[in-house]
Design a protein around this ligand. Structure first.
Ligand code: B12
Length: 229
């Protein structure tokens, strides 16, 4: 039943048990509940019903992940629940990837993308990759928990941007170390560095000498284009 019915009554009826309502709020709840199977069914159904992939992402999937984070912080849930939610999110992103990336444009440039050392979070990074592809970038995804030297090794003559993600405050120093490693390798002058992730803001990006900061994947794609044009 699209578009979404936001009534309090519906909210009350939903919960995790009644998974039959087809609306964005239910999808958000399914992400929270880590129900990969139902998410994998509902996302294509929503797309088929004409809901835009950006609406699905921003009004259902990301709020679901945010709710999971809040509940983790409040001590209501633990790592296994977060992992289930992450798995469901991955399933949804796989379906949305082609829609979000909406190919066609010729490569705007090559981006090396990774999550910094010590940090295994990759959902935000993957989303940034999808949005960059959508803007016509070729994305070289070098994964998560990436040490500075691996970022350095991934930079070749065609790379214009190194994009780093960090979700854990304690891994922010690794971002600075990676920029220093790029400098030490003599590569910093030829590339732009873009950073993002939960614990970062523009001030932090400035303080470590990054060229750009993106608060979300859509902004990341716009910033990346601005860096190369
Ligand atoms: C899912 C999740 C996990 C999953 C990760 C699965 C995976 N494959 O990614 C698992 C269960 C493995 C996990 C583990 C841990 N987690 Co965790 N996790 C989360 C959670 C709930 C969601 C993260 C997420 O995917 N969000 C959705 C995406 C779309 O958003 P995003 O990542 O922020 O990305 C967006 C922007 O930040 C930006 N962006 C991101 N990267 C980049 C890069 C660039 C270049 C740009 C421009 C933009 C950009 O664009 C993205 C899209 O819009 C968050 C809570 C939260 N609300 O963030 C906690 C959270 C990040 N985790 C946290 C913690 C503490 C941990 C653990 C240390 C827990 C533990 N005690 O073991 C471990 C860390 C393990 C490790 N070494 O990495 C804390 C971090 C606190 C902090 N600031 O230090 C959080 C904030 C939870 C909390 N509230 O306490 N986690």
């Amino acid at each position: 039943m699209w578009p979404m019915d936001k009534s309090a009554e519906l909210e009350q009826r939903l919960g995790y048990l009644n998974l039959d309502e087809e609306d964005l709020e239910q999808l958000s709840k399914l992400i929270e509940a880590g129900d990969q199977t139902r998410v994998g069914e509902l996302v294509p159904q929503a797309l088929g019903d004409g809901v835009s992939p950006v609406t699905i992402l921003e009004d259902a999937l990301i709020p679901g992940m945010d709710a999971i984070g809040d509940r983790f912080q409040a001590g209501e849930i633990f790592i296994p629940e977060m992992l289930l939610a992450a798995r469901a999110m991955h399933a949804a992103l796989e379906v949305l990837r082609p829609q979000l990336a909406d190919a066609g444009a010729k490569p705007a440039g090559r981006v090396v993308l990774g999550t910094v050392r010590g940090d295994h979070h990759d959902i935000g990074k993957n989303l940034v990759g999808i949005m960059l592809e959508g803007k016509g970038f070729e994305v070289v995804d070098i994964g998560s928990d990436v040490p500075p030297e691996k970022f350095v090794d991934a930079v070749d003559d065609d790379v214009q941007i190194v994009a780093m993600s960090a979700l854990i405050s304690a891994t922010l120093p690794a971002m600075k170390e990676t920029i220093e490693a790029l400098e030490k390798a003599g590569l910093r002058g030829g590339i732009k560095v873009m950073v993002g992730g939960g614990p970062l803001d523009q001030a932090h990006a400035d303080s470590i000498g990054a060229d750009a900061y993106g608060r979300d994947a859509a902004v990341a794609a716009v910033e990346a284009l601005a860096l190369v044009t």
